[in-house]
Ligand binder design. Structure first.
Ligand code: GLN
Ligand code: ZN
Length: 772
């Protein structure tokens, strides 16, 4: 009996990002809903065709979503917040939840639901809201329709459902948290909906359901464990239901393994790229009634699978369980990788031979499943090609540079710390920089106008000559510096007009990175990112930012900040090599940045900012793994920055996350000045500083750049007052939440004028108050 093969889900955006175009033109009112829905149906058909052609035996259905799969789950169970009921049309209501809806003519002004990161990925999901006394109602219209579409001879379709416990844990409770309320309170009301759905699916001839419970790989408290026991038992006991595949991913089950094994489900899926440590325990303890779905092909990275290794794992399971109880699959949904390597025409053949995107991963799965029975890995073309690719990657001089290795090995503690402590540095910097109390600055980027994007496109495709493009950028910098001086800002920036993206720019300047043409990965809704491929040892060929920063400094007597992206963020937002520890790769990036900091200093820049917006998202899912990560991440930042002289001021910036639980690590980075997002949460972060006293200077963001709204002087002054209540005023800076590149100049100038005015007002108030 052959071993079954499948994948947990497929990227949704379409090979040419057709979904993006369809969504955005639909939102703009330029195409009909039917056009959008037809495009979506065509994309789904393409997925199933690709899976069939690769030879998979079972396809997921319901893994697709027009905007987000957690939002789909909320709609499926009727967890639609009451305020959206004002929108009649279901599709319009769905997008109102995802993006907000303003129709003054109809008296509608709805904000979007919150959005946050999906586990430790760079995908953002919509956070469902669970109200006090929340009721649910099954609305499976869309899922049933997709099931009908998927019906095809000879291939089984497996509906994908986000399980009830993970769904609630990913939601937010609108009840009073102080009273101990959590979204899990709604579980008894929610379970009957799942039971009803399972019954409906069985009556439609569905034989197996994929119940996604990724929360099973997290640290669970007693309540969550109890919720799992109740929920899984209830679902397993549903009369006449399809087989249930309890599906986990992104880590090992570890201490939650017993919950999964005792669930009463008919199959268990585990992520063996991250949780291989579970395998032996599973093979000895898996109940006879359960089969095992093995995630051996990585859904989180783009490297070709070591098929021999995958075969060894699968064959081991076949030996222990028999072919009928083993399924070969992807580790998680393939949502997190680009679609098809065949779309890449610019990658050199050697590098391309090392990679596998979603379509290629389907074939890898099929190859491993076909060979599962064989005691030794076969010599089929698929296995031979995988072996050859791996050997070429191991032997390639492009991945290993001895000078980089030697330098990284020679790093010692003295390179990971500034030569003097903060107070001594602060005194020297004050003497050099002459900044006022409450210095004002921005985060780095200024509006990337149409004009700038057009010029970059013209230069890229050869319509604008290099020297003309340089002149154009210099004019943009000059204009930006003039405006900042006119606004009265104290520490200036050059504006980052030469960068499309803060990671791509540095990746392109460093050896060891490659860029794809179509390697897009969904970030949220219609938005995608194209992470660089970090395949080899990292070498800085030449100074990367010095010319721009030196030029910008030459235009003004005020201090100009040199502007770099930090080592952890470059690592986090790339597809990272898997042939050495991430910590080692990060250290190499840090060394390259350390040289850049030195060159900026030598060029006369007295301030260098090294942004680390992604430092929080690298935090491992399990608490026990966090200290090790924070150790090397903080060390990498310190290695990048601590070669700076005491009178050079190092800034860093963080955003997009809640940082309250990692303030000690942030302090350990020892930047002289930290600018950090806080205004969206109305300075909730600042409350954390009441208990943790941050030792260096800090600028909690006082202007929410995510909104086109211009904050008033009074609002900003009020935020400054809140910050000043917990942070000594001598160490307080005044700045926006993040870079300004997505905003327009008019609103930016108005907002910054108000920010400067608020800082001045506060300065005067302090100077009038006699010191105790
Ligand atoms: N310096 C960058 C900018 O201003 C920081 C961006 C970010 O934090 N994501 O655009
Ligand atoms: Zn930011």
């Amino acid at each position: 009996m052959p071993v079954h093969s499948t994948c947990l889900g497929f990227p949704r955006i379409g090979r040419r990002r057709e979904l993006k175009r369809a969504l955005e033109t639909y939102w703009a009112g330029r195409v009909t809903a039917d056009h959008l829905l037809d495009t979506a149906a065509r994309i789904r058909r393409e997925h199933w065709t690709a899976m069939r052609e690769a030879g998979l035996r079972e396809v997921p259905v319901g893994d697709f979503a027009l905007y987000d799969h957690v939002l789909d789950a909320a709609v499926l169970v009727g967890a639609v917040p009451a305020r959206y009921a004002i929108v009649d049309d279901p599709l319009a209501r769905y997008f109102a939840m995802a993006r907000g809806l303003q129709r003054p003519d109809l008296g509608i002004d709805l904000a979007a639901l919150e959005m946050t990161k999906w586990f430790d990925t760079n995908y953002h999901y919509i956070v469902p809201e669970i109200a006090a006394g929340q009721t649910f109602r099954l609305d499976a219209t869309s899922l049933f329709q997709q099931l009908d579409e998927a019906r095809a001879p000879g291939i089984e379709s497996r509906p994908v459902l986000l399980g009830p416990v993970s769904f609630l844990r990913l939601s937010k409770s609108l009840q009073d948290h102080t009273a101990g309320a959590t979204p899990l309170d709604a579980l008894p009301a929610l379970l009957p909906i799942y039971e009803e759905l399972l019954g409906e699916l069985a009556s439609r001839g569905v034989t197996v359901v994929q119940l996604d419970e990724p929360s099973l790989v997290l640290d669970l408290d007693d309540r969550a464990c109890a919720a799992y026991r109740t929920a899984l038992a209830a679902l397993a006991e549903t009369p006449s239901r399809p087989r249930l595949q309890l599906t986990t991913y992104f880590g090992a089950l570890d201490d939650n393994l017993d919950l999964a094994l005792a669930s009463g489900c008919d199959a268990l899926h585990v992520d063996l790229t991250r949780g291989a440590s579970d395998l032996e325990a599973i093979l000895t303890r898996l109940p006879r009634t359960m089969s095992l779905s093995m995630g051996v092909v990585d859904g989180r990275n783009i490297w070709r699978t070591d098929l021999d290794r995958a075969h060894a794992l699968v064959h081991r399971a076949v030996d222990a369980l028999g072919t009928g109880r083993v399924v070969v699959s992807s580790s998680c949904s393939l949502l997190h990788v680009p679609i098809d390597l065949a779309s890449e025409s610019h990658l050199d053949t050697e590098l391309a031979s090392w990679l596998a995107f979603a379509v290629q991963k389907l074939s890898e799965i099929a190859a491993v499943a076909d060979a599962a029975d064989a005691p030794v890995p076969p010599d089929t073309p698929a296995f031979a090609a995988a072996r050859a690719a791996l050997a070429s990657r191991r032997a390639s001089p492009r991945t290993t540079r001895s000078e980089v290795r030697a330098r990284a090995a020679a790093v010692d503690a003295s390179m990971e710390g500034r030569s003097e402590p903060f107070p001594a540095r602060a005194a020297k910097q004050a003497a050099r920089l002459h900044l006022p109390l409450l210095p004002t600055t921005t985060i780095g980027s200024f509006p990337q106008t149409r004009e700038i994007r057009d010029a970059r496109a013209a230069w890229r495709d050869g319509r604008m000559r290099g020297p003309d493009y340089t002149r154009f950028l210099r004019d943009a910098i000059r204009h930006c510096v003039e405006r900042q001086e006119a606004l009265g800002l104290d520490v200036l920036v050059h504006g980052e007009f030469e960068r499309t993206d803060m990671v791509e720019y540095f990746g392109a300047e460093l050896d060891g990175f490659a860029f794809t043409e179509h390697g897009w990965v969904q970030s949220y809704g219609s938005r995608s990112v194209k992470p660089p491929v970090l395949y080899g040892d990292v070498v800085r060929r030449r100074p990367m930012t010095v010319d721009w920063s030196r030029f910008a400094q030459s235009l003004t007597t005020r201090p100009m900040k040199g502007m770099l992206t930090g080592p952890v963020t470059i690592l986090q937002w790339s597809f990272v090599r898997d042939d050495q520890p991430r910590a080692d790769t990060c250290r190499q990036i840090a060394l390259a940045l350390r040289d850049e900091v030195a060159d900026l200093e030598a060029a006369g820049l007295a301030i260098v900012q090294v942004d680390e917006p992604a430092i929080r998202e690298g935090l491992p899912l399990r608490r026990q793994d966090r200290p090790a990560y924070l150790n090397w991440a903080v060390a990498a930042f310190r290695l990048a920055t601590s070669g700076a002289a005491s009178d050079t001021q190092i800034h860093t910036h963080m955003c997009y996350s809640e940082f309250g639980d990692m303030l000690p690590a942030i302090a350990a980075m020892d930047a002289d000045v930290l600018s950090i997002e806080s205004s969206r949460s109305r300075m909730e972060l600042v409350e954390d500083f009441a208990t943790f006293s941050y030792p260096n200077a800090i600028g909690p963001g006082v202007y929410d750049i995510h909104s086109p709204r211009v904050p008033t002087v009074d609002e900003i002054a009020a935020l400054l007052d809140r910050a000043a209540a917990v942070i000594p005023i001598e160490r307080l800076w005044v700045n926006p939440d993040c870079g300004l590149k997505t905003r327009g100049w008019t609103e930016v100038e108005a907002a910054l004028a108000n920010m400067v005015a608020a800082a001045r007002r506060k300065r005067e108030a302090v100077e009038l108050t006699p010191r105790a």
